[in-house]
Design a protein around this ligand. Structure first.
Ligand SMILES: [Zn+2]
Length: 439
């Protein structure tokens, strides 16, 4: 007789791997922080009779969502500047506001707000890029959310660092601080090709190889970015990055709108990942990532929300929906990004781009217990033929009832267990009042 701590028994278990499978009346046995087994509920009840059983009778249980690109703390800037293209939005509104207001307290309050929203909408891991990554890491450890911290690099000074080298040093300190923790990992996060110089990219490329770290960066977000690069460097940004040794399997290229055939082939050959942020791209009128074409060429495409300042939510259910609908909006495109593939993009592909796919991204024995449960018994989701179709095209985040990360229940019957919801809301409102004065 094996012994496990708890068993989740669900109407549907959607393991993601093997792909396209839906297991009916199955259970997930969890021991400590890992999945011990996935098996029919009848067998689990006989085998694990001493464990705590958690019944999820109308629920689909999936691997927790992996948000492959976000700036969590910017949740405090949700809705602060609307109906603008990226350059104006960033340079005239977001950067001046950040220059004036970003501090450790800002990052703590904004990130906590983001974590609460992420957990409530079924996200168990997020890939962040922001100032004070140490604060984000501390908060992740405290609230129990899995986080990849971006060691942000820019060429201009901010409250976090005074020069590109200073950003790099501070980032590496954060890397050392969290290198032995279970929930928190780190990677380089040079902001974009247009905010980081060649010399720094060369340093990052060699440091990434030395420390076996990934590189998370906005790449080819808009047409202007490409035109400016052609003027300044004589080549498109991806070509420049490739010359500098950045385009490798360690690269997570965020946005990747405006891709040419040879750039798709380069990503495929280099085994780089793409973080597709459809809603942010649509809202800022940035362009469209050819996600279906990238996937057909074997590129690992994950999904990110980007920040709540450009989205305006951090809801991966919605982001999956936008990813699949956007891919279908081409002639004869109805078969592009089927629902099971959309779910893969939001889970295992995200895990793969973070280098965490051995541990998270699917529900399989041996993996960490990062799990999301959604109640599909609401009228708007009935009847259920394929629960994945309901998740991708019909379900709302209010149907997320329970979330476990590393075996710990962070959402229990829709209640956050590690974040005080009222205090989190009060803090957000207080910051909103302060920021409003400088608008
Ligand atoms: Zn971004």
């Amino acid at each position: 007789m094996s012994s496990v701590d708890k068993v989740l028994s669900a109407r549907w278990v959607i393991p993601v791997d093997p792909s396209n499978s839906v297991l009916e009346e199955h259970s997930i046995a969890i021991n400590k922080n890992r999945i011990h087994a996935v098996m029919p509920t009848k067998a689990a009840r006989e085998l694990f009779d001493t464990a705590e059983f958690i019944d999820l009778p109308n629920h689909a249980v999936i691997p927790g969502f992996v948000n492959a690109h976000t700036h969590a703390a910017m949740s405090l800037l949700r809705g602060v500047a609307e109906d603008l293209p990226l350059e104006t939005w960033l340079q005239n509104y977001i950067w001046p506001l950040e220059q004036k207001w970003v501090s450790e307290d800002f990052v703590r309050a904004g990130t906590r707000l983001a974590f609460a929203e992420m957990i409530q909408s079924g996200t168990t891991c997020m890939n962040d890029m922001y100032f004070f990554p140490n604060v984000v890491g501390e908060l992740a450890a405290k609230t129990g959310l899995r986080a990849s911290l971006g060691m942000i690099v820019l060429e201009f000074p901010t409250i976090w660092a005074s020069s590109a080298d200073d950003y790099l040093q501070k980032g590496l300190e954060v890397h050392r601080e969290f290198s032995s923790t279970n929930l928190v990992s780190t990677m380089f996060a040079p902001h974009a090709p247009y905010t980081v110089a060649d010399a720094m990219f060369e340093k990052i490329a060699s440091a990434a190889a030395e420390h076996s770290l990934r590189i998370h960066m906005h790449v080819h977000e808009t047409r202007d970015e490409i035109e400016n690069s052609l003027k300044m460097h004589g080549v498109r940004p991806i070509e420049r990055l490739n010359q500098l040794g950045i385009v490798t399997e360690n690269l997570i290229a965020v946005h990747a709108t405006q891709l040419e055939e040879n750039e798709i082939a380069l990503f495929a050959e280099a085994k780089s990942s793409v973080a597709h942020c459809p809603k942010s791209n649509l809202k800022l009128s940035s362009g469209t990532c050819p996600a279906a074409q990238l996937l057909k060429n074997g590129v690992n495409v994950a999904i990110g929300t980007d920040s709540a300042a450009s989205n305006n939510s951090l809801n991966m259910l919605e982001e999956m929906r936008f990813a699949t609908l956007l891919a279908k909006n081409t002639p004869a495109g109805a078969a592009n990004i089927p629902v099971h593939q959309a779910l893969r993009m939001a889970t295992i592909n995200g895990a793969r781009c973070l280098g965490l796919d051995a541990d998270i991204g699917s529900l399989e024995a041996g993996k960490l217990a990062d799990i999301t449960a959604l109640d599909l018994s609401e009228l708007a989701c009935l009847p259920v033929y394929d629960p994945v179709a309901q998740l991708v095209h019909a379900a709302s985040r209010n149907q997320v009832t329970d979330v476990w990360v590393d075996g710990k229940r962070l959402l229990n019957n829709r209640k956050l267990t590690t974040i005080d919801e009222t205090e989190c809301a009060d803090t957000a409102v207080r910051w909103g009042k302060k920021l409003r004065k400088s608008l």
